[in-house]
Ligand binder design. Structure first.
Ligand SMILES: [Zn+2]
Ligand SMILES: [Zn+2]
Length: 285
């Protein structure tokens, strides 16, 4: 096993008693990469055996509220639970706009940061972060783990990005691509080409298009349906398709119906489920 994917939060902007907001944990080569940080991310991270201060880097696909809802909680909790001097800055990699969002978040918690620094002598500065903004290219290369970014299409939300994480060890190279929210596009096909797994957010357009509220129907404009995500997986020739960010939430007993919609387009393994569902990705032979 060389890469482990944990769906921390499989929900959407609509609060659900059983699904946290969008967030995925990728463990590779001893590193813990957190992709997006939706509602409830730290509770799910705790359930997966991680914590705010064990995250190696935060990767943001885009700046929609559901994907960054608990950014403040992550930054503050990491800061107050990292003991010892010289805490390493949290690397945050996202699309242009990320630095402004992180700064604004830290400003929003400015009173809290002030209270804690005044109270604890060993907190000598605000939460340390190291933000970088990208839309394409290699953004990380540490201890056998490489991360590449490619543009996705979630317009009018722009720019948005997907991540390809590759881990190379003695067994070969395992890889996973995290598409985020996007409609099918050439740049995603390219980023995902030949990957061991593709984690893709999905919407049931057949259900959502029939709803009475126009604002809800409009979310179909910039998301992939289950079939579209599966067709992307087929074109890119990925090993396993992992579905997440279900709109609407998968009702109990409906998993097979969702799986069949994907299976009509993609004949490889299809993974879907509840929060904390895990998928292991090995090097492809
Ligand atoms: Zn979005
Ligand atoms: Zn979303």
């Amino acid at each position: 096993m060389t890469i482990e994917i944990t769906l921390l939060g499989t929900g959407s902007p609509i609060p659900d008693p059983n699904r946290a907001g969008p967030a995925t944990l990728v463990r590779a080569g001893g590193q813990q990469l957190l992709i997006d940080c939706g509602r409830g991310v730290l509770q799910r991270l705790a359930a997966a055996g991680g914590s705010a201060n064990t995250v190696s880097a935060l990767l943001l696909t885009h700046l929609h509220s559901d994907h960054i809802a608990d950014l403040g909680d992550l930054l503050i909790t990491r800061w107050v639970t990292t003991f010892g001097p010289d805490a390493t800055p949290l690397p945050i990699i996202g699309p242009p706009g990320t630095a402004e969002v992180v700064e604004a978040m830290l400003r929003a918690f400015g009173y809290d940061i002030g209270y804690r620094m005044a109270h604890h002598d060993d907190l000598t500065g605000p939460p340390p972060v190291e933000v970088s903004e990208h839309t394409t290219g290699q953004v990380w290369d540490r201890d056998g783990v490489r991360i590449t970014v490619g543009p996705t299409d979630h317009r009018p939300v722009a720019p948005t990005i997907g991540f390809r994480i590759e881990h190379t060890d003695a067994d070969g190279t395992a890889s996973v691509v995290l598409a985020g929210d996007t409609v099918p596009c050439d740049s995603l096909d390219e980023l995902a080409a030949g990957a061991g797994a593709l984690v893709h957010t999905v919407i049931r357009k057949d259900i959502v298009e029939a709803l009475p509220q126009q604002r809800i129907r409009e979310i179909c404009d910039y998301h992939s349906s289950v079939a579209e995500a599966a067709a992307t997986a087929r074109r890119a020739g990925v090993g396993t398709l992992v579905l997440t960010h279900y709109i609407p939430a998968i009702a109990p007993g409906q998993e097979e119906q969702w799986r069949e919609l994907a299976a009509a387009e993609f004949d490889g393994p299809i993974e879907l489920g509840d929060d904390l569902h895990r998928v292991e990705v090995t090097a492809r032979g």
